[in-house]
Design a binder for this molecule. Structure first.
Ligand SMILES: [Zn+2]
Length: 255
C-alpha cells in the first residue's frame, strides 16, 4: 500500500504538463449526496423516466419540480468534504490544472477549485428552455424554500436546472474543454467514478493515447490505470496530498 501511494504521488508530482482530475459521484458521497441510483438515491423514490428525462420536464415541469425540491434540499445541506479540499489544494500546489467533473453540485468550486469543467452541467444555475434566460439558484432561493417552481423573469416559463437531464446532450463547450485538457496533461487523476458512461468514458482512453499516466482512486478500481488506490476519496486524497507536499515537484526522485 505504501509503495502504491509513493508511486502515485510521484506520478502526480513529477509532471511537466500538469495533472487533470476527472471526478464523479464518489467524490460527493461524503458530502451527503447519494448517487441517484443508490438505495437512498432519488431514483429509488422517483421513476427516472417520469422525473429525470427532458421530455418529462417539457411535458409537466411542475411535476418534475417535486423531485427537484427534494434534490435541492440535499444540495442545500451539502458541504465540500476532504476529497474536494484535497483536489483544490492540488491546484494551489500547481499540480492540478483542471477538474473535469460529472457532478453538478458545485462543491469543487466551493472548496476552492477554480478551473472546473462541469461535464453534466450545473445545479447552481437555472435556465429557461424558451428564451435561454438564466438565474442563479441563490436568486430563486425563496421560491425553492417555498417549494414553488421558479419561473423566468422574462417569459414566465418554469425554469430548469442547468444540470443535464436524460435525453439532453452534454454541454458541447465543456466536452471540448475536457478533450483539450486530457490531451495535454501528463497525468489523469480519476476519482470517484468508473467513467463507464460515454462520452466521459472516452477521456481516460484519450489521455492514455496522448501518453498520460493514469492514477485511479476508487473504492473498487476498474480502469486500466497505471496506479490504482482502492478506498474512499475523502480518506485517500488527503493522504496523497500529504505525500505530494513532501515530494520535490517537477523532478523524479533519483533512485
Ligand atoms: Zn424565459
Amino acid at each position: 500500500m505504501t509503495d502504491q501511494f509513493a508511486a502515485a504521488a510521484r506520478a502526480l508530482a513529477a509532471t511537466d504538463r500538469g495533472v487533470v482530475s476527472l471526478t464523479g459521484a464518489g467524490v460527493s458521497l461524503a458530502s451527503g449526496i447519494p448517487t441517484f441510483r443508490s438505495d437512498d438515491g432519488l431514483w429509488n423514490r422517483y421513476d427516472p423516466v417520469e422525473y429525470g428525462h427532458i421530455e418529462a420536464f417539457k411535458r409537466d415541469p411542475e411535476k418534475v419540480w417535486r423531485m427537484l425540491f427534494d434534490l435541492d434540499e440535499i444540495l442545500e445541506q451539502a458541504r465540500p468534504n476532504a476529497a474536494h479540499r484535497a483536489i483544490a489544494e492540488l491546484e494551489q500546489l500547481g499540480v492540478v490544472t483542471h477538474v473535469l467533473t460529472q457532478n453538478a453540485d458545485g462543491l469543487h468550486q466551493r472548496a476552492g477549485s477554480t478551473h472546473v469543467v462541469e461535464l453534466h452541467g450545473s445545479n447552481r444555475t437555472l435556465v429557461c428552455l424558451t428564451c435561454d434566460h438564466r438565474r442563479t439558484r441563490e436568486e430563486v432561493r425563496g421560491t425553492l424554500t417555498a417549494r414553488t417552481a421558479p419561473r423566468c423573469t422574462t417569459c414566465e416559463e418554469v425554469l430548469k436546472p442547468d444540470a443535464v437531464f436524460f435525453g439532453e446532450p452534454l454541454p458541447r463547450q465543456a466536452l471540448r474543454d475536457a478533450h483539450d485538457a486530457v490531451e495535454r496533461c501528463s497525468t489523469l487523476l480519476v476519482v470517484g467514478t468508473s467513467a463507464e458512461v460515454y462520452p466521459v468514458a472516452d477521456l481516460p482512453q484519450l489521455a492514455r493515447v496522448a501518453g498520460a499516466t493514469i492514477v485511479e482512486v476508487n473504492p473498487e478500481p476498474v480502469l486500466p490505470a497505471d496506479h490504482r488506490l482502492a478506498g474512499p476519496a475523502e480518506e485517500l486524497l488527503p493522504q496523497l496530498v500529504a505525500r505530494i507536499r513532501d515530494t520535490e515537484p517537477h523532478h523524479e526522485e533519483p533512485r
